[in-house]
Design a protein around this ligand. Structure first.
Ligand SMILES: NC(=O)c1ccc[n+]([C@@H]2O[C@H](COP(=O)([O-])OP(=O)(O)OC[C@H]3O[C@@H](n4cnc5c(N)ncnc54)[C@H](OP(=O)(O)O)[C@@H]3O)[C@@H](O)[C@H]2O)c1
Length: 313
């Protein structure tokens, strides 16, 4: 029974090496003929449509990342469990990114870099973290870890999720009714939502119009999106920046990736672009728990970190 690594357009060699090192007894393939009965598990990132449906003995699909939109978009996806990545390595990387971007905006890094380029010595007013609320959209594994770490830095934290939850030290809000009150608190908006039918285009002019007009930094809120590009309307973000609805933005994900060279986001002086690099999936860290899950599954134990196909994440 084989494992298929299906990640067309990406180099699978580090994943294959890690799987072979971790489980030498399990055959690993990167190419499989459609219908191959030996394929038991797929380790997938943007698999070709229809491929997974062709394997009659497929038992489970493992996503290479925390997000699973790239797997669920296949309308022929067979009715087998889909497992997403939940791993300290990935979570810690994301919290590093979030803390870095929040602190950089908060301590006026973008302004001071512009000033340095022109040798301008001009101290800007600086609030303290306890007077600033970071609002996190998406209070899942990544959102809650980022919340804890930002809280340790002194920020006030608000969180928004689909279903109501209680998290110590965080003001929580849920659903459509909670969105307005959540935005009314938020000075720095951090987005760690999954890409689903419900979240598509949520970062739009309509949402920015509901944000605060002034924050303790003296300007409109800052946006940090490391969720997915489909959450954002890039034309609306640019308009919000230019109309003073947003003061600055850090974007790690984009409607089209790689971000086309023609995008105005590359050149906007108050936008910080990273190439979907907030939290990379490292095979050395993520393959051992995947293999442990396969072993447990074969002993009859339930798989963990399963995707809710109905909810889309
Ligand atoms: N840029 C990168 O490098 C990178 C790396 C890894 C992951 N990501 C992105 O980060 C996302 C989050 O990962 P995670 O592990 O934290 O996921 P998770 O544990 O599944 O958490 C998702 C959170 O989003 C909330 N949510 C989902 N749909 C919503 C809606 N319609 N309205 C309000 N809240 C909603 C969920 O609410 P409930 O709590 O009520 O379920 C949950 O709190 C991934 O899906 C992926 O897209 C990006």
């Amino acid at each position: 029974m084989s494992i298929l690594v299906a990640m067309p357009g990406y180099d699978p060699s580090r994943w294959v090496d890690a799987l072979r090192r971790g489980a030498p007894e399990r055959p690993v393939a990167t190419q499989a003929a459609r219908g191959d009965p030996s394929i038991r598990y797929a380790v997938a990132w943007k698999q070709p449509e229809g491929l997974l449906a062709s394997f009659p003995n497929l038992s489970a699909v493992f996503s290479l990342g925390a997000g699973v939109d790239h797997i669920l978009r296949d309308p022929t996806l067979p009715d087998v469990p889909v497992v997403r990545v939940v791993a300290d390595d990935l979570t810690e990387r994301m919290s590093e990114y979030v803390a870095w971007r929040v602190l950089d905006h908060f301590r006026r890094g973008m302004t001071y870099r512009r000033q340095q380029a022109r040798a301008i010595w001009n101290e800007r007013p600086q609030p303290v973290a306890r007077d600033v609320t970071v609002g996190i959209m998406g209070l899942g594994v990544l959102g809650q870890d980022a919340a804890r770490k930002l809280s340790a830095l002194g920020f006030r934290i608000a969180g928004w999720s689909r279903t109501a939850k209680e998290v110590a030290g965080i003001a929580t809000f849920a659903g459509d009714d909670g969105l307005g009150p959540f935005l009314a608190e938020t000075d720095v908006l951090v987005v760690l939502l999954p890409a689903t039918a419900e979240t598509r285009g949520i970062l739009s002019s309509a949402l920015f119009a509901r944000c605060k007009r002034r924050t303790p930094l003296g300007e409109a809120p800052v946006l940090v999106n490391a969720g997915r590009g489909s959450l954002q309307r890039e034309a609306d973000i640019l308009r919000a920046l230019d109309e003073g609805r947003l003061s600055e933005a850090s974007l790690d994900v984009f409607e089209e990736e790689p971000l086309p060279a023609s995008s105005a986001l590359w050149r906007h002086p108050r936008v910080f672009v990273t190439p979907h690099a907030a939290a990379v999936s490292e095979p050395e860290a993520l393959v051992p728990p995947m293999l442990r899950q396969m072993d447990a599954f074969e002993r009859g134990e339930p798989l963990r970190h399963l995707v809710d196909r109905e909810a889309g994440y």
